[in-house]
Design a protein around this ligand. Structure first.
Ligand SMILES: Nc1ncnc2c1ncn2[C@@H]1O[C@H](COP(=O)(O)OP(=O)(O)OP(=O)(O)O)[C@@H](O)[C@H]1O
Ligand SMILES: [Mg+2]
Length: 269
C-alpha cells in the first residue's frame, strides 16, 4: 500500500478517537492493545476502516506482562462498555497482541484479561504482525517502539522471516528527559507528548540506543527500509536521527501510535 494511503487511513483513525464513524459497513471487529503506556480499543468495519478508538492510560501491563490483572481487566471492561454504548452494538469477540519475546504463559494472561472483561472469543497475534496488517510491508523491517520495548520484524516477500524485541522505548526517553530537566518522569512524559520544547538534542543518545537495538535485530537485512510504528519515535526528528545513525532509509507515519492498535482490530474475527 502507498505511504499516502496509509497516512490517510491513520488520519481517519485519529479522527475517530472517541468520535464514532456513522457510515460503517458490515460486521464490526474489535482489537485491544494492552500496551505499557496505553491500553487502546479499536473497532473497525468489515472493510477494516476505523470506526471507534478509545484509550486508557493504565499501568497494569508492562512489556506484554500483566502486572495488575484486576486493573487491566477493569480498563478493558470500561473501554468495551463505552464503545458498545456509543456504537449501540454488543462487541463479542476481539483480538489482542503481545510483544515478540513474550512467552506463551504471559500471552495467555493477555487472553484471560480480555475474557475476564467479557469477550467470548479472543484471537492472539504478535504486535509486529499486527502493525504490518496496517502497513502491508512486503519487503521491509517493521519496528514497533512503544512505551517499554522495541519490537522488530523482518518481512521478505510478504513473509515474516525474523522477529525479536529488546527493552527500550518511550519510558526510557522519559527517564533521560526527567534527569536533564530536573522534573518528575510523569512531567517529562507530558512535556514530550505535548511537544512543549525541542528535546531532540537531550534525547539523541536514547534514540540512538533504540537504533542500536534495531541494528542488532536486523543483521543480514540491512538492504531493507525501516518502517516505524509505535508512539516513542513520534518525537519530531527521531526518524531522521535513526536514519542518520544507521545509514538506512526510514519511513515514518503520522499518528504512528495508532498503527498497531488498528492492525490488531483488523486481525479480529
Ligand atoms: N507525540 C509524541 N512524541 C513523543 N513521544 C510520544 C508521543 N506520543 C506518544 N509518545 C510516547 O509513545 C509511548 C507510547 O507509545 P505506544 O502507545 O505505542 O506504547 P505502548 O503500546 O503502550 O507500549 P508497548 O508497546 O511498549 O507495550 C510513550 O512512551 C509516549 O511517551
Ligand atoms: Mg505497543
Amino acid at each position: 500500500m502507498s505511504s499516502e494511503k496509509i497516512a490517510q487511513t491513520l488520519e481517519e483513525a485519529h479522527q475517530h478517537i472517541r468520535s464514532a464513524r456513522t457510515d460503517h459497513d458490515g460486521d464490526l471487529r474489535t482489537g485491544i492493545d494492552l500496551g505499557t503506556a496505553t491500553c487502546v480499543i479499536t473497532v473497525v468495519d468489515a472493510a477494516g476502516r476505523p470506526v471507534w478508538i478509545d484509550f486508557d492510560r493504565t499501568a497494569a501491563i508492562r512489556d506484554g506482562v500483566v502486572v495488575d490483572f484486576a486493573a487491566a481487566a477493569a480498563a478493558v471492561r470500561k473501554l468495551k462498555a463505552t464503545a458498545e454504548a456509543e456504537l449501540e452494538i454488543e462487541l463479542v469477540n476481539a483480538a489482542t497482541a503481545f510483544p515478540p519475546c513474550i512467552g506463551e504463559a504471559d500471552s495467555r494472561a493477555c487472553r484471560f484479561v480480555l475474557e475476564s472483561a467479557g469477550f467470548d472469543e479472543v484471537t492472539l497475534v504478535d504486535e509486529v504482525s499486527a502493525a504490518n496488517k496496517t502497513l502491508e510491508v512486503n519487503d521491509g523491517v517493521v519496528i514497533d517502539v512503544g512505551g517499554g520495548s522495541t519490537g522488530v520484524g523482518v518481512f521478505e516477500s510478504g513473509q515474516l522471516t525474523a522477529l525479536d524485541d529488546r527493552p527500550g522505548g518511550g519510558h526510557h526517553l522519559d527517564l533521560i528527559l526527567a534527569g536533564a530537566l530536573g522534573v518528575t518522569v510523569a512531567e517529562a512524559e507530558e512535556c514530550k507528548r505535548a511537544g512543549s520544547g525541542d528535546y531532540l538534542a537531550i534525547l539523541r543518545p536514547g534514540i540512538e540506543r533504540i537504533g542500536s537495538s534495531i541494528r542488532d535485530l536486523t543483521r543480514g537485512a540491512e538492504h531493507l527500509d525501516l518502517h516505524l510504528a509505535g508512539g516513542a519515535l513520534m518525537l519530531p526528528g527521531a526518524d531522521t536521527t535513526i536514519s542518520k545513525y544507521l545509514g538506512r532509509r526510514v519511513r515514518a507515519y503520522p499518528h504512528a501510535l495508532l498503527i498497531t492498535p488498528l492492525g490488531i482490530a483488523r486481525y479480529a474475527s
